[in-house]
Ligand binder design. Structure first.
Ligand code: ADP
Ligand code: MG
Length: 877
């Protein structure tokens, strides 16, 4: 007994003439079933033989406020409502059977919502055999006469096949038949009337180019996947309807070639369509019973019917199966009727059934995810893990998508409006699946033995009794025997003539035989020649093939290298893209920041401008104010100077009057009238202007006004010197008289004027003259002194800024000494009074200080007194 490795399903292995580089997309077909009731609203329309169009049904639009939408979906082929089972089979399934017979794997599944016609398509309905019986029919039509004897091939539980010689097989057959007669199905049995009309396929369908030098065995298995558990539907378990035993689920295993298979799954060898379908029907019945008894949602289970074809070449004599396990090929065609693809809530299942249904739905979801990942991997060259293991269904078919084979899907659609939403989902899944590519299965390995072995050792001329012998043919070509009749016993002519004729014919026959033999020899020689040339050619082809293979392997390694390079580059690109994204993000952020900063800057700029404008306005306002203030102060100062001048003039006049007076016996009290007359005669100075705001406002040219007092001051200073000398002279002259009396009288005279009660001590440092100690008192312009005094008394502290030291003017004298001549010298120095808060405000010079003081006096403190003092003098002239 020999064991053959399972080929189904297998990983692509580099073999002779391998075409593993080639890939085909999953063939997706669409079948639209007819409406069960012609009045129903239809939402699916077949546009042409590759396109269907779905449109939003009326009810759906009204319920969901949806817009009217038309969506078109393309398929490899679309089958309309009138498509027959035969048409569908010929297009979709027969190529898969063809592949199966040529040692290639195939997977065909129906997908759609419940009631869309999946089972009708796959199994068929009474009178309308589906794809499954048609496939079986085609298989047995093709390999019928080349089938191996039963039990020559034996399946084992390691997903491989064992092979035994015909004698062993015969022995086993006898043994089994002796043990259980009814269990062994018979190929000769009549089809069960239950399904007879489903397998009664009228059309004769046969695969082409079937290898006649091989023997074949067909094994079928039937499993159901429900709630993510696998159940063997062909397992021989007695079903007890009273106390039903829970069916045992099967597990998935991986064989040494990494192919998935259901461990311990029953594989039944079948020899005819009837027998195979009977096995299927048995499983189907079992499934139905289990569903009923276990209260299952039958539409929620996946069923997988697998047809395994085992093929082994005949030996060199063409008599027996070659007992070489390497030469055995196993191919498999899986026909899958998937569970309804509708969402769980549609079935209104509850409790555990809902959970189970969820699991089933989960397996379809996994199938969908697998397709999506596969497509992504194939489209973008990524290497994402396909989640086959997430469900039994996908795990079982992993090798079809990972390995090689032909995968086809029939999307079944019920055009009724209620299925619209589900149909949309089905279409989307179909779209994804169409883009998945599966490696094209490799061609069958050529067996090294000479083809035509099956018939070579049959008796010459072919099977006996079937065809006429060559000798007969030659005899037929002889001229017919003349009609010889023995008329009487003494007839001596006829017999010798007959003998002669027969001898002639015998000779002719001998010649012909010789000729034939000669021709045979020639033909044999020719055949031998042909054989040798064929083997030569074969060798040549083999060599060429080897060469090509080498080339291909070289190219493959090159491709691999390039692919690796490509992957590296892709990885680099990915990294670069990521980096670019990061940089772009940074750039965006920075730009945003820049914009915000710009906006902020703009805001600040406009704020600044506004502030500038406001400050400008304030500055203008303040400068105007200060200008006015200055003008006012200048006017005040001018006025004050004029007053001073006037006072000095007045004093001068008085002094002059005293001096020029004829020497009296007794000093006369100066008469005001007289003085006034004199003043009128001599005065050149302008009379003091009463200090009023009106007058100040009238003064427009400050400069001119400033120059006037200076002029007067100069003349005044000259005159004051002369006056001083005069006074000293006069003092010497009038030594007997008490000067203080005069002064006192003068002072008294002053005191008579209200608001002028203060007496001042005036000093002149430049000249070293002091009118001090209360004796030598000269009436002076008390208002000025009062101003200064008042100013100092308020505790003002004057500081020189340059030295940083403060110079405190504590007495009036000091201040007076500085003014008016001292003030000139210090015009540029800045003196600032200390503010109550400790800060320093700037004072331009003493003059200003004075003017301010005067102004203050004029405006508030001294105003009334001053006016009183001045006004009468104005009235005098
Ligand atoms: P599914 O397996 O998808 O749930 P079925 O194959 O059981 O659906 O179909 C439900 C019903 O519709 C069956 O009675 C079947 O005969 C009928 N049917 C389905 N497809 C067709 C078709 N193409 N032509 C005629 N009848 C159909
Ligand atoms: Mg069904």
């Amino acid at each position: 007994m020999k064991t053959a490795k399972a080929k189904v399903p297998r990983k692509p292995v580099l073999k002779k003439g391998s075409q593993t580089n080639l890939k085909d997309p999953v063939g997706v077909y669409c079948r639209v079933r007819p409406l069960s009731c012609p009045d129903q609203e239809c939402c699916v329309e077949v546009v042409n033989n590759t396109t269907v169009q779905l449109h939003t049904p009326e009810g759906y639009r009204l319920n969901r406020n949806g817009d009217y939408k038309e969506t078109q979906y393309s398929f490899k082929q679309v089958f309309g409502t009138h498509t027959t089972q035969r048409e569908l089979f010929e297009v979709v399934a027969s190529p898969l059977v063809d592949d199966l017979i040529h040692g290639k794997n195939g997977l065909l599944f129906t997908y759609g919502v419940t009631g869309s016609g999946k089972t009708h398509t796959m199994t068929g309905s009474p009178g309308y055999g589906g794809l499954l019986p048609r496939c079986l029919n085609m298989i047995f039509n093709s390999i019928g006469s080349f089938q191996a004897k039963r039990y020559v091939f034996k399946s084992n539980d390691r997903n491989s096949m064992e092979i035994q010689c015909e004698v062993d097989a015969l022995l086993e057959r006898q043994k089994r038949e002796a043990v259980s007669v009814p269990k062994t199905p018979s190929s000769k049995r009549q089809a069960d009337p239950e399904f007879a009309d489903m397998i009664n396929v009228q059309e004769f369908c046969k695969a082409e180019e079937v290898d006649e030098d091989s023997v074949y065995g067909i094994f079928v298995s039937y499993i159901e996947i429900y709630n993510n558990y696998i159940y063997d539907l062909l397992e021989e378990v007695q079903f007890d309807p009273i106390k039903p035993k829970l069916p045992q689920s099967k597990i998935l295993r991986e064989d040494k070639n990494h192919n998935m298979y259901v461990a311990g799954c029953t594989e039944v060898e079948v020899k005819s369509t009837e027998e195979a379908f009977e096995v299927f029907w048995r499983g189907q019945k079992k499934r139905r019973i289990a569903n009923t008894h276990l209260n299952r949602e039958s539409s929620r289970s996946h069923s997988v019917f697998s047809i395994k074809l085992v093929q082994a070449p005949l030996d060199a004599d063409g008599d027996n199966v070659l007992q070489e396990k390497e030469q055995i090929t196993i191919s498999q065609l899986s026909l899958v009727d998937l569970a309804g693809s509708e969402r769980t809530n549609r079935t209104k299942a509850e409790g555990s059934r809902l959970r189970e249904a969820g699991n089933i739905n989960q397996s379809l979801m996994t199938l969908r995810t697998c397709m999506e990942v596969l497509r992504e991997n194939q489209t973008y060259g990524t290497n994402k893990m396909v989640p086959y293991r997430d469900s039994k269904l996908t795990h079982l078919f992993k090798n079809y998508f990972d390995g090689e084979g032909k995968v086809r899907m029939i999307v079944c659609v019920n055009p009724k409006a209620e299925d619209y939403e589900e149909s949309l989902q089905v279409m989307r899944f179909a779209e994804v699946t169409q883009e998945v590519e599966v490696a094209r299965p490799v061609d069958k390995v050529i067996c090294g033995l000479t083809p035509g072995r099956r018939y070579r050792n049959l008796p010459r001329g072919g099977p006996v009794g079937d065809e006429p012998l060559v000798t007969e043919v030659s005899l037929q070509s002889f001229p017919p025997l003349p009609p010889y009749r023995l008329l009487d016993i003494n007839d001596e002519e006829t017999l010798p003539k007959l003998i002669e004729t027969l001898e002639k014919r015998h000779r002719l026959r001998q010649v012909m035989t010789e000729e034939l033999n000669k021709q045979c020899m020639t033909f044999k020689a020719l055949l031998k020649e042909f054989d040798s040339s064929l083997s030569n050619k074969e060798n040549y082809i083999q060599e060429k093939l080897n060469e090509k293979e080498k080339l291909i392997s070289g190219q493959k390694s090159e491709i691999e290298r390039l692919e690796k390079k490509n992957k590296t580059l892709e990885y680099k690109i990915e990294i670069l893209e990521k980096t670019t994204t990061i940089y772009e993000e940074d750039k965006r952020n920075l730009q945003q920041e820049l914009e915000s900063q710009n906006q902020k800057l703009q805001r600040q700029f406009s704020d600044k401008r506004r502030l500038e404008a406001r400050l400008q306005g304030m500055v203008t306002e303040t400068s105007m104010k200060w200008q006015k203030e200055c003008e006012r102060r200048v006017a005040a100062t001018q006025l004050e100077m004029q007053n001073k001048l006037w006072v000095k003039d007045e004093k001068l006049k008085q002094l002059r009057a005293i001096v020029t007076e004829p020497k009296p016996e007794k000093p006369e009290r100066p008469s005001r009238e007289r003085d006034q007359e004199k003043i009128i005669q001599r005065s050149v100075s302008p009379s003091p202007v009463p200090l009023s705001s009106n007058n100040i406002a009238q003064i427009s040219n400050g400069q001119q006004l400033m120059s006037q007092p200076q002029l007067h001051r100069r003349s005044n200073s000259c005159s004051s010197i002369s006056v001083a000398s005069c006074i000293s002279e006069w003092e010497q002259k009038l030594s007997p008289f008490s000067t203080p009396v005069n002064v006192t009288s003068l002072a008294r005279h002053r005191q008579q004027e209200p608001g002028q009660s203060k007496t001042c001590i005036v000093s002149d440092r430049r000249r070293g003259m002091y009118w001090t100690e209360g004796r030598e008192m000269v009436p002076t312009f008390s208002s000025e002194i009062g101003v200064e005094e008042d100013h100092c008394r308020r505790g003002d502290v004057f500081k020189t800024r340059g030295g940083g030291q403060s110079v405190q003017f504590t007495d009036i004298e000091t201040l007076k000494q500085e003014s008016p001549t001292g003030s000139r010298k210090r015009r540029s120095s800045t003196v600032a009074p200390a503010q109550p808060d400790g800060t320093e405000s700037e004072w331009t010079d003493v003059e200003t200080r004075c003017s301010v003081a005067v102004e203050m006096k004029a405006g508030s403190q001294l105003g009334p007194g001053y006016e009183h003092h001045a006004q009468p003098k104005r009235k005098k002239p």
